[in-house]
Design a protein around this ligand. Structure first.
Ligand code: F0G
Length: 401
């Protein structure tokens, strides 16, 4: 199956010559846009079967849940690809939880089961490979911990220096330990994630910026949609629920589903629900109110999504418009309760990921998610990413027994 992509602005659609900087015409984020494909359904089925068969291959690219879909990714010379066999993640059925929620089916796509323990690896393998192919010697990102850990691992594999700009004392200890383990150079910022990202922007010429404003990141992360659909034998769920911070992941999932539809792999789009923490929910506010996003001073115990000025909000809004999606906010206590439930099911995740279940509970009580719905929640980070949170949540659960 041949798919053609053009690098262009996600806002004004002007073609862009290179990926490093935002659109020269309007300043918006770039994207790899799929040219209107002309595929037969038969051809799409054959492609899906071929990609599935690659799971048994011994080829390094085939062993990656991202590079298995390489025909749908920007082309990068094979020798430059930096992979850690990411993307081979489970989709866990949780029937008891589905019954409690009163829905037909609930499953958890656990992207925390990636090599560095978060969904970031899906995008990072593509971003670091592209930087490596272009001859970059260093990479940089602002991060609440997971992006920097992922960057540090992939950069180390490519002999690149990794610079991690993190908000001082505001990220989980395990994440800080992990990025240092992979040899990242720490650039701690007094302030928030948003301050760190603002400091970093404009330094694109010094090192490869691998935050999700980098269009290669989105291409890798969109594979989460393919991985999920493949695991469901291409049966489209009614709802896909995802936590929202900088909104790169929501944008990537939406893009993945739209491309699967355009390529004839599926016949309809799932609706996406983006869940933000109440103290960091500027996207929920802008969808309610309209107009431009108004940044907030983010305040939430779910440190991964403590983001007040999400850079991909326009892309995410367009994706929600395309799939009739919604965005909602949940409280930190609701997130903790949901984390206790996911842990109690023997699965576990970090707080930001548990926001999904908190969101599903809300959307069930409001009737937005109907009783016959099939729902997939995207768990973005591993339980071991935030031990402090696990102890707090377990203490709270034990105290209420
Ligand atoms: N879940 C986890 C575990 C995260 O680490 C993040 C973002 C998100 C959800 C939100 O994803 O930003 O694409 O909307 N973490 C980034 C980081 C900001 O630096 O690790 P998003």
């Amino acid at each position: 199956m041949i798919a053609n992509y053009t690098l262009r602005c996600s806002g004004c659609k002007t073609p862009a010559p290179r990926s490093e900087q935002p659109c020269a015409a309007c300043g918006d984020l770039l994207e790899f846009s799929l040219e209107a494909p002309n595929v037969r359904r038969e051809e799409a089925r054959e492609y899906a079967a071929e990609v599935l068969a690659r799971r048994t291959s011994l080829d390094a690219l085939d062993r990656s849940g991202v590079w298995r879909w390489r025909e749908l990714l920007p082309s990068i010379p094979r020798a430059a690809v930096v992979t850690l066999a990411e993307g081979n993640v489970p989709l866990y059925d949780v029937p008891q939880l589905a019954e409690e929620l009163g829905i037909r089916n609930l499953s958890l796509l656990h992207l925390g089961m990636n090599p560095t323990g978060s969904f970031k690896d899906l995008g990072m393998t593509v971003a670091i490979s592209a930087a490596h192919a272009a001859g970059a010697s260093s990479a940089i990102c602002a991060s609440t911990g997971n992006t920097a850990s992922s960057m540090a691992a992939y950069a180390a594999r490519a002999n690149m220096t990794a610079y991690a700009m993190v908000p001082r004392a505001k990220i989980a200890a395990a994440k800080l330990a992990q990025m240092r383990d992979y040899g990242a150079q720490l650039l701690e910022v007094d302030g928030s994630f948003d301050d760190a990202l603002a400091t970093l922007l404009g330094r694109e010429n010094e090192a490869a910026v691998v935050n999700s404003i980098n269009p290669y990141r989105i291409e890798g992360q969109k594979c989460a949609a393919f991985i999920m659909l493949e695991a469901r034998a291409w049966n489209v769920p009614d709802w896909v629920v995802v936590p929202g911070g900088n909104l790169g992941n929501s944008s990537a999932l939406g893009k993945g589903f739209r491309e699967a539809l355009a390529l004839g792999l599926i016949e309809r789009l799932p609706r996406i629900a983006v869940v933000q923490a109440q103290g960091a929910a500027p996207f929920v506010a802008v969808l309610d109110r309209g107009g431009e996003l108004i940044p907030v001073a983010a305040q939430t115990r779910a440190s991964a999504i403590a983001i007040g000025s999400p850079k991909s909000w326009r892309k995410a809004r367009a994706e929600l418009e395309a799939c009739k999606g919604v965005a909602i906010a949940v409280s930190d206590d609701e997130i903790d309760d949901a984390k206790a439930t996911i842990g109690g099911a023997g699965i576990g995740c970090e707080p930001a990921s548990a926001a999904t279940l908190a969101g599903i509970r809300r959307l069930r009580s409001s009737g937005t998610i109907a009783t016959d719905a099939e729902v997939v929640a995207v768990l973005t980070g591993h339980v071991l990413k935030d031990g402090e949170a696990s102890l707090r949540v377990a203490d709270r659960r034990d105290a209420s027994r």
